[in-house]
Structures are given as C-alpha cells and as structure tokens.
Ligand binder design. Sequence first.
Ligand SMILES: C[S@@+](CC[C@H](N)C(=O)[O-])C[C@H]1O[C@@H](n2cnc3c(N)ncnc32)[C@H](O)[C@@H]1O
Length: 664
Amino acid sequence: MDKRADRGMSGKMAGKTVKRVGIDSGTGSRKGVKGDKGGVRGRVRDNVKGGVKDRVRDNVRDGVKDRVRDNVKDGVKDRVRDNVKDRMRDNMKDSKHKVRDGEGKNGAGESGKRFDGNEGAFSRQRSGEKRRDGSSPRVRKGADGLSVSKKQNGGALNAERRSEDSKRGGSYGGRGSRRSNSICPVLNLCGGCQLLDMEYAKQLAFKQKQAEELLKGLCPVKPIIGMKDPFHYRNKVHAVFDRDKRGNIISGIYEENTHHVVPVEKCLIEDQKADEIIGTIRGMLKSFKIRTYDEDTGFGLLRHVIIRKGFSTGEIMVVLVTASPVFPSKNNFVKALREKHPEITTIVQNINGRGTSMVLGDKEHVLYGKGYIVDELCGCRFRISSKSFYQVNPVQTEILYEKALSLAGLTGQELVVDAYCGIGTIGIIASKTAGKVIGVELNQDAVRDAVNNAKMNGIENIRFYCNDAGRFLVNMAEQGEKADVVIMDPPRSGSTEEFMDAVGKLGAEKVVYVSCNPETLARDVRYMKKLGYRAEEAWLVDMFPGTVHVETVVLLSHKKADSYIHIDVEFGEGEGKIPVDSIAKRAEAYKPKEKVTYKMIKEYIEAKYGFKVHTAYIAEVKRDLGLPMYDAPNAVEELKQPRKHPTPEKVEAIKDALRYFAVI
Ligand SMILES: C[S@@+](CC[C@H](N)C(=O)[O-])C[C@H]1O[C@@H](n2cnc3c(N)ncnc32)[C@H](O)[C@@H]1O
C-alpha cells in the first residue's frame, strides 16, 4: 500500500468542532414587507433616472409588477420557508433554465458550484451540445457530475447518509430540509457537499466502494489517498452576487439546479482568506453604489466574484464579473479593496453581458497587477489566468501528479503526449524525465499560460498546441507519427472514441488516464481494452473531500505476447526452401470448411430434384460412403419403418448434394 494511502483516514470531518456559520441576514432594513416594496420601487425609479425607461417598461410588462406584488404579499418573515418556496418555483420554471443551460459545463465559464473537475475552456462549447455519453453538457448549478451520480450512486449515498443521520438521532429529510445538527447550515440548500456530515474515513470508504463497483472487472483499484486536513482546501472560490427579498446584498452559491442564491459567508471547504475577501467586497458595494446584477430584470453591475489563490506563493487574484464594461469609480474601488486586503496581487474585471449560465465573458481588463497569479507544484512554477483550468486542491494535486508520473515510468527517452493539458502542468513536470513532450488543449488562454509556463521553468523539450485533443491526435496518427506515452486528463464528459482510436494508432505503449469522473473513466477504459490495452491499476486521490467526487488515475498498457519463438523460413524453389505455391495449396486445404448441415442437403435436393429426403436416408448414404457421423447425433436416428432404404434416385441425389457441398 502506498505510504500515503491512509493519510488522513483518521481525520474526522463531521467530528470537527466547527462554529456554526450564520446565513447572511444582510445589512438593510428588517422591516420586511415594507422595506422590500420600497426597495424594488426604488430600484425601478433609479433605473428610470439612469436612462433605461424602455427596459423598465418592458420588464414591468414582463412581470416585474407581479414579483413586487408577490413579494409584498408573501413577506419575508421566514427565510428558510421562502427558500423552499422559491426553489419550488424555480423548479417549475425549469424549462426556462434548460434553454439557458445549453452552454457547456466544462469550465471557467460555467456557473456551477463547488466541484471543478472540469473547468477550463468552455465558453466555446456550443449551446445545447450533447456529450459523447449523451448527457447534456450543462446541468445548471448542480454539484458537477451529480446528474449521473445522483441516479447511479444516489441510492447508496442516501442510504449512507440516512444511516449516519439516524446514528446521530437526527432525521434525514429531502433536499430542502435542514439538519439542525449539520456542521454546515446550508448543506442541503447548497447541495455541493453531499458527504460533509459523514466522518472523513467513511467518506473515503464510500468513494473507494463506488470506484471499485464502477471499475469491477476492468481494473484493480488501489486504496484511496485521503487528506490530512480535509477542510478549506479549495484554492478557487466563486460567489454569485444578488439581493435578497429585502433588498440586502447577498453573495453565495446557486442553490442546486436553480437560480436561487443561497447566501454563504463562510464555507468549510473553501479557502478562508477568499471568503473573507468576498465578505469585504459585499460590504463595500453599498458605499460605492454598485448594484448587484438582477438576472430577471437585467439591471445592475456586479454578477460574480471569483478568487484564486496560489497555495505555495500566497498570490491572490480577484475577478470581478460585471454585466457591463462601465464600472463607475473602479479606481477608487480597487484602491479601497487593496487597502483592506494588501495580500491581493491582481484584480481583473471580466465583462459578461450575456443572459446565459456562463460565469465568465470573453473580455477582460486588468485593473491591478499582472492579471494572473503564479503557483508552485512539484517544483515547477505555473502562471494561472482567470479562464484557465487549475486543479482546486493543490495539496492533493501534487500527490495525483506524482502518482501519474510514477505510473508513466519515464526514462528520459520517450515522446509523451499530454492531452487536455490545461496550463501545461503535467507535461511540464513530465518534461524533466521525458525525451520530448507535446501538450494539446482547447482553451486558448490556458495554452497561452502553458507556453509561458514552459519558458518560466526553462523547459525546451515541450510544445503546446491549441486544438481539440481528438482531432490533433488523429492528425498525428495520419502523418505516421508515434508516441510512447499518452497522459490524458479529459473533462468530466471523458474522452472520445476518435481520440482513443488515435492513441492506438500512435502505438502508445502506456496510457495514463487521469479522470475526475469514474463513470466516464470506466466507459473509456472499456473501450481502450477493445483496442488491446490492459488496465493495470487505478489509484484514487481524494481531491474533493466533503463531496461525492474523486480523482482517479489509471495505468493502461498495451498488451504484449507472454513469450516469443524465433523461426527462420526461406521461401522459393530448391532444397530447404518452401515453395510459395505449395503454401497456397496447403492454406487452401486447411481452410476451415463451412459446416454442412442435414437441412442444407435436404433444401438442396428439394430445390434441384423436387422431392424430399429423410435425414435417416442421408445418414445411411454417408455411412455407406464411410463419412464421419459425429457432427449430427440425430443422423443415426432409426426409421419408423427400418426396412425401408433410399431409392437409387434418392441415393444419387444425396451423393450429388454431398459433392456440391464438398463433403465428398
Ligand atoms: C480536467 S482539466 C485537466 C487540465 C490539466 N491536465 C490539469 O491537470 O490542470 C481538462 C482540460 O481539458 C480541456 N479540454 C476540454 N475539452 C477539450 C478538448 N476537446 N480538447 C482539448 N482540450 C480540452 C479543458 O479546457 C481543461 O483544461
């Protein structure tokens, strides 16, 4: 067992003493109904003043009036009850979400939640595009991957959770219910941490079992590598900004499968400094008169804030996602934020005016600093810009990468392909022990980072290409190129048959498959087996404690013969040589014959002679001719009237059929 295999097994997640964090109650009036009514009207009035009369009129026509009336009617006395109500309403509006959810779930652009197995490129994913596995690429706001996991793992998961719950004397309710004894007050509303209340050792056991079931018969699974401290591991935090019904500014996460924002001030899996900065920004908005963006009316400026932190460098990037490029008093805002948090090393404004689920837009302005952060992994330095994928749990990433590279077993000679390479992390680390590395990645920001990262680390034996990994490998194979090792780390949707076929054609002896989705991994390993690869071992690295997700790395090797014999053969005429003609003759003689059945003989005779023959007659003729009878047990059947024998005409017909089918 790997020395690290059981690290953290003793760490308790649910057992941790954690102060309960409160739901943000906002800073504004607590008058409820009245405050809310005034707030919405005030906003409408301000917007009219701002010169958007037409939009207000349209929005009012489209139902803002109704919302004001509903808010007034409902009041906001009980936030939990309201949350549940809103969730139900959002669920009913599901069809609207489905249309807007057409964009990819894969990346920087995705407004998903806490799971980032797959961030990166995906503003470019086509709307409504289906993945290879047929699933929709966008499941709005859900903990990534649960669309599958919920169905397939949900039974086991819920059973585990229920049993955990009953042990504590609590009752496990539905999604909207709140367990008073949960270590997270928004656990069920958020839906991001499905296992948070489970002891960490049990979480690991749960993931181990799930992976073993999925890879059963495909690949042996090694013991999962857990974390020593499974809290606050996320180096990337994303907060959605909104207003509550009283008009108070809130920030948090989208409730699972809705556009409803669950206010979160602190999260047990996120970096604490990041949460602190988000709280500061939330507190600054009012004094800077910055409005949060309202998805329904299209008013307001600030949509999201993303914080990224370099684990070993401590560098911090703040990305302010705004609906429009016009950011009043931005210089003062940046100055004030830096005064409160001098640890921030760069601030970027990303402009996203689209009414889609994507978090990030295409355009960006650097408001302060370099526009990216640098972090260190496995002794290499990496620049990470806002739209590039970077693993969210750096402690476990080092373990994952080391495992992947030890499985690759590089000697310094190999041509390695790092497919789906992101900012080039794996390839750059691998390049030190490889002959040459080729990295391929679809997201051009990530490729730009990768090229810079190679330079920053003084690596010269690596090249990066911005392309679809499948297309790129097919081109390589068509040009007759070869690869020794392919390291692949595709998004959650897994790889493509086109890609895997090309891996086979490139003749890669080893494939190291890194995956954040054991389901698509199992599917792809199954396919690779058909191409002649053997799945040697799978290692699980817990990159996402508290959630059902896990990272897996599998070594696939191309099957080789167990042993070889050496024979020298000389073809041609003359002594000791084998004439090619006789080989052809012998091949013909040994060609397996089509199995001739009694039925075929009967059909032949009936078609040619117009009469039927009994099986026993065929058997008798065959017996008389000395032919073997073992292939037809019923051929020796006795006639009901054994005295009868086939007429000469029938004997001839049977012999003709036997000749026709080359039996005689
Ligand atoms: C799970 S990330 C892995 C990135 C990198 N290996 C790492 O560890 O940081 C998957 C990467 O695949 C990229 N990607 C997604 N679809 C792709 C495709 N069809 N071709 C190439 N790259 C793709 C994403 O942009 C993302 O950077």
